[in-house]
Design a protein around this ligand. Structure first.
Ligand code: ZN
Length: 409
């Protein structure tokens, strides 16, 4: 039997995550109302919930001149009224991203703040797989190999990236963006042109830029060695296809998910993380076009053209799918696909948990019964009819996250 692994869970054609930084969220109530509208299937302030899977990010502290949604009041250890909402979304998996330990636009980050954050996460037994750098200027807690990023430099007072490993952080965003619709996509003239253009701009216009810019090529994940020698994955986020961007608030979000972009993502068979701050400028009413575009996204998710998942679930699927080690055992009356629990990849060796296997789809070309085995246990699987390639497959089901009731936290 020939055995292969499908690019995305059957029958999806592409995969998408919406990654929203928590900056300047309009209010805790609008945060809850909008998250309910996106993720629940009940009655919400903005209409019947869309039942999608769209996550969010959080801060522990706020040291800026503006009101922000954070776990603690400013730099104190006093919980805000928003803290229970954050905890509820940690538990459900809808907050899987730390937008750095806090907003330190006025400076003042110290390692002790990371230690407080770590203590809270340990107390509630929470892992946060995704780190996203926040801010300009005095946010020296940023990590990465660029100017003003000291969070991963052990000799600096802002050092904390060792503690990030303790909170289970596996994927970081240093600030790299892309205008290509779908990473690791099929090559076609438009992808080729955009990739070459970004490469050219990097060599010319942005040659002396000291901030994160494009990667060469069109890959979602890159291994990166931090200043303290820890290895992690760095990922890129998509802004828009045209180049210019403002503050990436709710109004720009309308255009970032417009149907032509979603259709192109499907056509390109890519994987993509959209960069937004959709809680910014969120008012009483949503832009009409946003509701239209979100409904179109809902249709494409329901048709199983687009797999929509939180950032950590999307990145974990991609990492596992690309580096999984498995073998085939052909018996007289059945075949067995055996998955190893060690994942060797460019950032080291990781242990795979059963929950990480969701969505894995193996192409098989036999009528013989087939099972998938992991750690001496037979996995729950489904046999699939041929997809657009004409091949049949066996898959470990992808399970939806359960969205919590935020009105009663
Ligand atoms: Zn930010």
């Amino acid at each position: 039997m020939n055995l292969g692994i499908r690019k995305f869970p059957f029958p999806y054609k592409c995969a998408l995550s919406i990654s929203s930084d928590i900056d300047n969220a309009s209010s805790s109530q609008s945060f809850i109302d909008f998250m309910n509208f996106l993720n629940s299937d009940g009655v919400t302030k903005y209409g019947t919930g869309l039942n999608l899977e769209i996550g969010n990010s959080f801060w522990f502290f706020n040291n800026s001149n503006f009101k922000q949604l954070s776990y603690f009041k400013n730099l104190t250890s006093e919980e805000t009224s928003f803290a229970p909402t954050i905890r509820s979304l940690w538990r459900s998996g809808h907050i899987d991203t730390i937008h750095s330990w806090g907003n330190f636009d006025k400076g003042g980050f110290e390692r002790k703040y990371a230690k407080i954050g770590l203590k809270i996460l340990n107390e509630y037994n929470v892992k946060i797989p995704v780190w996203i750098n926040h801010g300009i200027g005095k946010n020296y807690q940023k990590i990465g190999n660029y100017i003003g990023m000291y969070g991963d430099k052990p000799k600096n007072d802002n050092y904390h990236s060792d503690l990030l490993m303790d909170i289970g952080c596996e994927y970081i965003w240093t600030g790299k963006v892309t205008h290509i619709i779908g990473q690791n996509s099929k090559w076609n003239p438009s992808i080729l042109l955009k990739t070459s253009l970004q490469w050219l701009l990097k060599q010319t216009k942005y040659r002396y830029i000291k901030q994160p810019i494009y990667d060469s090529g069109n890959t979602l994940l890159h291994p990166v060695k931090l200043g303290d020698a820890n290895l992690v994955w760095e990922f890129v986020r998509f802004i828009n296809p045209w180049g210019r961007a403002g503050i990436l608030d709710i109004y720009e979000f309308v255009d970032q998910i417009r149907p032509t972009i979603l259709q192109r993502l499907i056509k390109n068979e890519g994987i993509m993380v959209i960069y937004t701050h959709f809680n910014e400028n969120l008012k009483k009413d949503l832009p009409k076009k946003l509701i239209l575009h979100l409904n179109e996204l809902k249709n494409l998710v329901a048709k199983k053209d687009i797999l929509l998942a939180t950032t950590s679930r999307l990145l974990k699927f991609w990492e596992i799918r690309n580096y999984l080690s498995y073998s085939l055992q052909e018996n007289k009356d059945h075949n067995q696909i055996i998955i190893r629990d060690k994942l060797k990849n460019p950032i080291g060796t990781k242990i795979i948990k059963e929950s990480h296997l969701q969505g894995l789809t193996f192409y098989i070309d036999t009528k013989k019964p087939c099972v998938v085995r992991f750690k001496n246990k037979v996995c729950e699987t489904r046999l699939n009819p041929p997809d657009q390639t004409g091949k049949t497959s066996i898959a470990i089901p992808w399970k939806d996250l359960k969205y919590p009731d935020l009105n009663n936290v």
